[in-house]
Design a protein around this ligand. Structure first.
Ligand SMILES: C[C@@](CO)(OP(=O)(O)O)[C@H](O)COP(=O)(O)OP(=O)(O)OC[C@H]1O[C@@H](n2ccc(N)nc2=O)[C@H](O)[C@@H]1O
Ligand SMILES: Nc1ncnc2c1ncn2[C@@H]1O[C@H](COP(=O)(O)OP(=O)(O)O)[C@@H](O)[C@H]1O
Length: 283
């Protein structure tokens, strides 16, 4: 008998660097960014229904079900595959929204991979990543599940193998709109492409940082506080700020000092996403 119910992780990502090379005619930006996953994220449970209905059973504050990326991903996959099955979905949401750690995109990817398995569609990764890109620029890297250097709008991916430190991630209590940062006139859009790989040291800049720090004092504060202990970086368009440490103990020590006034968490960096590690065990 086939599996009817499945619980899968939906990890966060970090952008270890992010350069903006230019703006395309459609308004989207050409980027170069290095993605790595965190062993930290949401958990999504799927239970197959035979009546074709797609139902999300967990409420999200401020996100109507029809615009939830989980529901959008499930509906697109159902439509494009012609599958007659449906699904009940529950999520244990711990990732902050609008934090630059890709929670929505990750949820979409976990839904695509989970339903591909449960509905026995047998789509390959290329097809799932292409569908994912229609949901968001960050979805393909979560579908592929390997740390990657990304070009284009973030969809041209080459696997990378950065170090896997422990990270302290600070979560300023503001949600940053990606569209708002990308439309800021002060954003610099003229970084030179990196010609060699792996990304040479000294290229870990995030071009969004000056604009985000200018607009959000909470992010500025987090960067200043973490910067006293290690190089403090912004992920994506923020709001989350992170720094790497050689051990969990060292990350925990700084976390204990900083999370008295700021929210945050400690997690291991990983070049293979925990979603893919779990899927491997199902094969
Ligand atoms: C900046 C990055 C870096 O990883 O991450 P986040 O900070 O959002 O996590 C991503 O490229 C974000 O990807 P994602 O969050 O999927 O963005 P989308 O929904 O596709 O786009 C949101 C909006 O951001 C702008 N946008 C996004 C990506 C891009 N390469 N150029 C853009 O100009 C567009 O205005 C778009 O309408
Ligand atoms: N399943 C989902 N999880 C999180 N956000 C979602 C989801 N579906 C839709 N969204 C919308 O996408 C926005 C960006 O969310 P998210 O991907 O978590 O942030 P970011 O791209 O900054 O990492 C949210 O503010 C929310 O309005």
């Amino acid at each position: 008998m086939s599996v009817q119910k499945l619980t899968l992780p939906s990890p966060a990502k970090l952008n270890l660097m992010l350069h903006i090379l230019g703006r395309r005619a459609d308004g989207y930006h050409e980027l170069e960014t290095l993605f790595q996953f965190l062993d930290y994220g949401d958990e999504i449970t799927f239970a197959v229904r035979d009546d074709g209905v797609i139902r999300l059973n967990t409420e999200f504050e401020g996100v109507p079900h029809d615009s939830n990326l989980i529901v959008k991903a499930a509906k697109k996959l159902q439509e494009q595959s012609g599958c007659t099955l449906g699904v009940d979905i529950w999520i244990d949401k711990i990732l902050p929204m609008g934090g630059g750690i890709g929670g929505g995109s990750s949820n979409a990817a976990t839904t695509l991979l989970g339903l591909n398995h449960l509905w026995q569609l047998d789509w390959d990764e290329d097809r799932l990543a292409a569908l994912g890109l229609t949901l968001g620029a960050d979805v393909p890297v979560f579908v592929r599940g390997h740390a990657a250097f990304a070009e284009g709008v973030g969809e041209k991916l080459s696997p990378e193998y950065p170090e896997e430190p422990w990270y302290l991630v600070l979560v300023p209590q503001v949600s940053v709109s990606t569209a708002e940062i990308f439309s800021d006139p002060l954003l610099t859009r003229d970084s030179a492409p990196i010609k060699v790989r792996p990304v040479p040291k000294g290229n870990s800049r995030n071009d969004c940082l000056p604009v985000v720090a200018r607009r959000y004092p909470e992010v500025r504060n987090a960067l200043n506080l973490l910067g006293k202990f290690t190089e403090a970086k912004l992920t994506g368009t923020g709001s989350c700020v992170f720094g790497g440490f050689p051990s969990k103990a060292e990350a925990d020590k700084v976390s204990a000092l900083l999370t008295e006034t700021l929210s945050g968490f400690v997690a291991k960096g990983s070049n293979v996403s925990m979603l893919h590690r779990k899927l491997q065990t199902l094969l």
